[in-house]
Design a protein around this ligand. Structure first.
Ligand code: GLN
Length: 532
């Protein structure tokens, strides 16, 4: 895809973190990206993470948060979701670079004789391959931002730091901007900020040959100018290049904080134009998000990992943004799928059943779908949320004990309304083998689904192994649901809806992956609208 590039030479921004991880390096980097994008540049992002997994597909979602899926079908962690939300672009397999995948590629090449007997080493082989990945990920960008996971000095991250240092030799130092995000703690007993850990982190970074162009101090509360000046003096950096980014309520307001900090001058110098970004849509969204509306919608999320926002990040972000643009407050109530009863569902304005795997809590999700059907409560089913809706509907339509092959029902059982997809058998515990990424679907003319999308052809991202057994469509329809979209060849059910109900839409896909704060996904927007 050829984008309208403004710059002849792609420019690179490298973001590292000091002192602690988890201080918002990714959000800071994405916010700078959002500002540059609002200046008219095509901006992309990439995460380099030093862990040894090959992808994030097999990582525990409780420990590691939601598994995000790229359009080209790679299972990644939730950082890429932030990048897509802030920059409104589509990440790809090149947007995530894990040590595990680099090692795998090198070792596979070595085993097949690809190095002609040479010694294979971290430098230059690992570092070269990382640089190649960065070049590929940035192929059509004006500005490409690379976030290095972890903290400076981490043993396992050193080869990535060396790779981004070397990158400046390749493309020219003036085409690279290094940003270091350091944590500056507030010590409550002595009522002061302590800059020593940040100084040490910057010293470490210097030791690896990188002097940052911008240092962002992350603090719990606003830090006085002197703190930034002190860090600048000790680190030998211009004092205007050290800026404070204190905690704020909403991550979507971070771009405004970045703009207040004076970083814009440095970014402008870097790209060579002094225009101000057009942040009008961000401003509108920020106003709506921070406003108290008269109306509140109470939406129940029936899920297994209750209260764990990270595990359902894209879903909750899509709901929050849709509430803001619908001008209602969102009261998101978590319902534990393992315990939920009909009584718990009373009084909800809407029900969401998100994606999920395994038998645990599944009867609660089926109950939620059945409740929504019988009580005409707006329902949005995402992936597993479609499967449980079909099971509930088939049960209502007469298939006693309708179930899914995934939930322990044997393949021979006669009631598997949901069964394993062609070609997926035996792959249940292996990584990267599901039906992953973008797939097109055709929507049924005249269906509510088609009306919501405003088109008969759609493309959504997927991550599943099981599908609707169309043999049961008569019973599913008898229970109240109707197929409203299929794969182009008609073999896979992609969307179902309940005609005549206020709002009952379910999809085998994950539309939440394509929802953006500034442009929420139509299914979410319309769902929240129906709830109000
Ligand atoms: N477990 C179901 C499947 O594999 C649903 C997957 C999901 O919700 N992402 O088909």
């Amino acid at each position: 895809m050829q984008k309208n590039k403004k710059l002849k030479q792609t420019k690179y921004i490298f973001v590292t973190g000091g002192v602690l991880s988890g201080v918002g390096k990714g959000i800071t980097a994405a916010s700078m990206g959002a500002i540059l994008k609002a200046k008219g540049y095509h901006v992309t992002m990439q995460k380099c993470d030093p862990y040894l997994n090959v992808d994030a597909g097999l990582l525990n979602p409780v420990e590691h948060g939601e598994c995000f899926v790229t359009a080209d079908g790679v299972e990644t962690d939730l950082d890429l979701g932030h990048y897509e939300r802030f920059l409104d672009f589509e990440t790809s397999k090149y947007s995530i670079t894990l040590s595990g995948s680099i090692f795998k590629e090198l070792i596979d090449k070595e085993r097949s004789g690809g190095f002609n007997g040479k010694t294979v080493q971290l430098v230059p082989h690992f570092t070269n391959l990382v640089q190649e990945k960065i070049e590929r990920a940035s192929a059509d960008s004006d500005i490409h931002i690379v976030e290095i996971g972890g903290t400076i000095g981490d043993y396992e991250g050193l080869s990535f730091v060396e790779a981004i240092r070397l990158f400046a030799n390749k493309v020219g130092r003036r085409n690279c901007l290094y940003i270091s995000v350091v944590y500056v703690p507030w010590i409550n007993t002595s009522k002061e900020f302590k800059t020593k850990p940040a100084q040490n982190a910057l010293k470490d970074l210097r030791g690896f040959g990188i002097i940052p162009d911008i240092v962002c101090t992350r603090t719990e509360r606003p830090a006085p100018k002197e703190i930034q000046e002190k860090i600048a003096a000790f680190a030998g950096i211009d004092k205007d290049a050290v800026v404070n980014l204190p905690d704020i309520k909403s991550v979507y307001d971070v771009p405004f904080n970045v703009l207040k900090s004076g970083v814009l001058n440095i970014l402008n110098d870097f790209v060579g134009d002094d225009t101000r970004p057009d942040m009008s849509r961000w401003e509108k969204f920020s106003k709506l998000r921070n406003k108290e509306f008269k109306k509140t919608v109470k939406i129940g999320l029936v899920a297994k990992y209750v209260g764990n926002n990270d595990t359902y990040m894209c879903v909750t972000e899509a709901l929050k943004a849709s509430a803001a643009w619908n001008e209602v407050n969102l009261d998101l109530v978590w319902k534990n799928a393992e315990e939920v009863t009909e009584k718990d569902l009373e009084g909800l304005d809407g029900i969401v059943v998100p994606g999920g795997f395994g038998v645990r809590g599944v009867e609660g999700k089926i109950l939620a779908a059945k409740y929504a059907l019988e009580h005409n409560v707006p329902y949005l089913g995402l992936c597993l949320g479609l499967q449980v809706a079909c099971i509930a509907s088939a049960r209502l339509g007469g298939v006693k004990n309708a179930n899914s092959e995934e939930f322990g029902a044997s393949a021979k059982a006669k009631n598997n309304v949901i069964y394993i997809m062609e070609g997926q058998k035996g792959k249940e515990s292996t990584g990267g083998t599901m039906r992953l990424g973008d797939y097109p679907a055709k929507l049924v003319k005249g269906s509510k689904t088609a009306e919501i999308y405003g088109s008969a052809k759609v493309v959504e991202r997927h991550r599943h192994r099981y599908e609707v057994n169309q043999k049961f469509l008569p019973e599913i329809e008898k229970g109240g649901l109707k197929v409203s979209g299929t794969s182009p060849d008609g073999t896979l059910v992609e969307f179902v809806e309940a005609p005549g109900k206020k709002f009952f839409e379910a999809t085998q896909a994950h539309p939440e992956f394509k929802s953006r704060p500034l442009h929420p996904h139509p299914l979410f927007l319309e769902f929240v609208k129906a709830c109000k």
